[in-house]
Design a protein around this ligand. Structure first.
Ligand SMILES: Cc1ncc(COP(=O)(O)O)c(C=O)c1O
Length: 460
């Protein structure tokens, strides 16, 4: 266990060339290279990639097969002229139709990631209903406290007020409902019973918004905000599906984080045996070897477009051939290396170790599935209060973590990051999906040491 303390674990100050990067305040270590589940800085220090970057890296770092796939694509062409057929795109869409659930068979690939995929989903919903001569349908309902990206359409469906407030004049005021929350479940109701009741909020919201006006409901399969990572019972999603069908409202599943094996299945909605009409993807689709997002739509939604309706949307970099090559290789590797099975089984082991974490006075809860664990840190488990902001809890957690060889995600937005939740601070254990049980043990040792030292520092 390393215990040296020094300036090298502080935020980088904007000096020299670093001052030319707008609003960039990471920690001091400069990333030199990555391999497997590890990150190495310029001084040769090794860190666990505890969170898989921003909960996005499924394939281990530095996989040569992806490098090769990208190189092979570059040897042919980097970008396909829009007037010609791009085989790299078709091959990827074909592979996606095989791994995606049910009738989600057709894909629109976006250039950047989750946010532009959310914009695309919003526009698809609208244009679908225009083809059905239901032009009044435009409202998209979502969850309070949800996060769906930073673009303006994404902020319109997002429920985190702090992210929306500065842009209020540009944001559409669509209605929101409360999500399924274990903490709000009445003691006389089972999770299954409460799941049905919680879903009824959508029915009420559709009723009061006017059924004829409501086009879609969008949500992440798992909880958001203060309930980040809570897995609702299947009854919640089954009831939501029924309510959508009864009211002619489309269901959009935002699988940007939960897709591509993160939760132990290809896509998280499979855990509930519920299929969305539209599925939004990002992050794991390329494991960040190249930028890309995507939207998969069911055969029903695709029908008017497949008959020639023009989708009024597009980006220069959409379905970029290099990203397509990377994503195709990601799907092949997830299959070939049994990484989704590994996520399920090693994930089960990870969650079986939760008592180690809960023994800490600051850890109020751990939750999740597969290789996705959300850990909720609080100052006081009784009141669930968090630390005062000026005590810099996030800074100290990450800076002490770096000393112990772990890189989290919670602090990496720098000192101006808005706090994520009303209650505690979530941090994530969501490493590359190749991680072994032995590596989980080593990672948890490092997290343990970090928490112990951090709790001492914070006076918990
Ligand atoms: C659930 C969810 N949807 C959408 C997004 C936006 O994705 P991106 O940052 O790639 O634009 C994120 C990003 O974290 C996300 O967590």
């Amino acid at each position: 266990m390393k215990t040296d303390s020094s300036e090298k674990y502080a935020y980088r100050t904007p000096e020299g060339m670093w001052s030319k990067v707008f609003s960039y305040h990471p920690f001091m270590p400069i990333l030199e290279r990555t391999e497997g589940i590890y990150l190495y800085d310029k001084e040769g220090n090794r860190y666990f990639d505890v969170s898989g970057g921003p909960m996005a890296i499924g394939i281990p770092h530095g996989d040569k097969r992806i490098k090769e796939a990208i190189n092979q694509q570059l040897d042919k062409y980097a970008y396909c002229h829009p007037m010609l057929s791009d085989q790299a795109r078709a091959e990827l869409c074909d592979k996606l139709s095989i791994v995606a659930p049910g009738t989600l068979n057709t894909t629109f690939l976006t250039p950047g990631g989750g946010s532009d995929a959310i914009e695309t989903a919003i526009k698809l919903v609208r244009q679908y209903y225009l083809t059905q001569q239901k032009s009044e349908k435009h409202i998209i309902i979502s969850h309070y406290d949800s996060y769906h990206g930073m673009s303006l359409g994404a902020l319109s469906v997002a429920g985190i007020a702090g992210l929306r407030n500065p842009f209020d004049p540009y944001i559409i005021k669509w209605p929101k409902i409360n999500q399924y929350s274990e903490r709000e479940r009445p003691s006389d109701l089972s999770p299954e019973e409460y799941g049905i009741r919680a879903a009824q909020r959508l029915e009420e919201c559709i009723y009061y918004s006017g059924q004829k006006n409501v086009a879609a409901f969008i949500a992440t399969p798992i909880g958001c905000g203060p309930d980040y990572g809570v897995i609702p019972p299947a009854s919640y999603w089954k009831s939501i599906r029924e309510i959508c069908d009864e009211n002619d409202v489309l269901l959009i599943a935002d699988e940007v984080i939960t897709g591509f094996g993160r939760m132990g299945k290809w896509f998280c909605m499979e855990h509930f045996d519920v299929q969305a009409d539209i599925m939004v993807m990002g992050k794991g689709i390329t494991s960040l070897y190249a930028p890309m997002g995507g939207v998969m739509i069911s055969d029903k939604i695709n029908e008017p477009f497949s008959k020639g309706v023009h989708f009024n949307h597009g980006f220069t970099n959409q379905a970029h051939a290099v990203s397509c090559a990377a994503a195709s290789a990601v799907i092949d590797i997830l299959e070939k290396d049994n990484l989704i099975e590994n996520s399920a089984s090693v994930g089960e082991y990870l969650h079986s170790q939760k008592d180690r974490l809960l023994a800490h006075p600051s850890i109020a809860d751990t939750r999740g599935k597969g290789l996705f664990m959300v850990i909720e840190i609080v100052a006081n488990k009784e009141t669930m209060d968090f630390f005062p902001r000026d005590s810099q809890p996030e800074f100290w957690l990450q800076s002490i973590g770096l000393k112990h060889g772990v890189v989290f995600y919670n602090t990496l937005y720098g000192p101006r990051r808005p706090s994520m939740g009303k209650r505690g601070l979530p941090f994530w254990i969501s490493p590359p999906l190749s991680i072994t049980r032995e590596q989980i043990d080593e990672l948890l040792d490092a997290v343990d040491w970090t928490l112990t030292e951090w709790e001492e520092k914070m006076g918990v």
